[in-house]
Design a protein around this ligand. Structure first.
Ligand SMILES: [Zn+2]
Length: 278
């Protein structure tokens, strides 16, 4: 091999070394050029934009529920560098939720009739936090802009230099949902990974993982009824998805149920609190 070739090969290997990572929990190999720190910065900036364009609910039972469930899952997510934030967006017509990189969560009031309970919301937040924990935002920005452009686009976005389609594309790639004009569903692999990690997180937080299958069945029924929730445009659901979730439940329960529970279905956890017997 010529020296110049050797240098090129070494450079290519070096690039692969910094850009190939292993997804937590699932061990999948990921290719992304954006660091976790840059990704989190992009998430924080995108979140700011979402918040300024939205009407936020800042008190009341729905807000309290989001904080209660969100903090419980965040507490077991094992992400010390995340700066968690939770926003409830007043929009009864939008059935959606997302978690941007770095732990920036938004829930639209329109999804609450489908989540129905703390346990149902835990399914959605577990799944969305799963996307953030697995760095799907950085991965998608890399995939969408192309490896040679990813860093430049990230930089441009952070300095406020993106506009139009590129801006919408980055917002969507980070996970801000279909509201930004570009419909960009997560890949099947990423969806399935977020389902799996979400199931683990909700279980670690003490919620019954069986609720995940029940939630996706309600979602699918809602889609069949004619007006598919926005959540489904980002998260296409079918029997295969539900079957995969049901398949993971026994192992997730035995491995991740909180210590001190029987590691079986403990009905007291369904209320989110242990009864003190009074
Ligand atoms: Zn998803």
């Amino acid at each position: 091999m010529k020296t110049s070739h050797r240098v090129l090969a070494a450079a290519a290997i070096g690039l692969l070394f910094v850009s190939c990572q292993t997804a937590p929990y699932t061990g999948r190999k990921q290719f992304m050029l954006i660091s976790a720190a840059t990704e989190a910065q992009m998430g924080a900036q995108a979140y700011q934009e979402v918040k300024t364009k939205s009407t936020l609910v800042q008190s009341g039972p729905q807000y309290d529920q989001m904080i209660r469930v969100g903090k419980r899952i965040a507490a077991v997510a094992d992400e010390p560098d995340f700066e968690w934030e939770f926003s409830l967006i007043k929009d009864d017509k939008t059935a959606n939720a997302f978690c941007l990189p770095g732990g920036k969560i938004a829930v639209y009031t329109g999804i609450l009739p489908i989540t129905q309970s703390d346990e149902g919301l835990a399914v959605v937040l577990g799944h969305e936090i799963g996307h953030a924990v697995e760095h799907h935002g950085a991965e998608r920005v890399t995939q969408q802009t192309g490896a040679d452009l990813a860093l430049g686009v990230a930089d441009q976005f952070l300095t406020g230099g993106t506009s139009g389609t590129t801006h919408s594309l980055v917002m969507s790639a980070l996970g801000a949902g279909a509201q930004f004009g570009v419909l960009l569903p997560f890949s099947r692999t990423q969806e399935s990974e977020a389902d799996h990690v979400g199931l683990i997180l909700m279980t670690k937080a003490g919620y019954p993982p069986e609720e995940a299958a029940a939630f996706w069945k309600r979602m699918t029924a809602k889609a069949g009824a004619g007006a598919p929730p926005e959540f489904l445009s980002d998260h296409p659901s079918d029997e295969k998805r539900i079957a995969a979730i049901e398949g993971w439940i026994p192992e997730v329960k035995s491995q991740y149920s909180p210590i001190g529970t029987s590691r079986t279905d403990d009905p007291s956890l369904r209320r989110g609190k242990k009864s003190n017997g009074r």
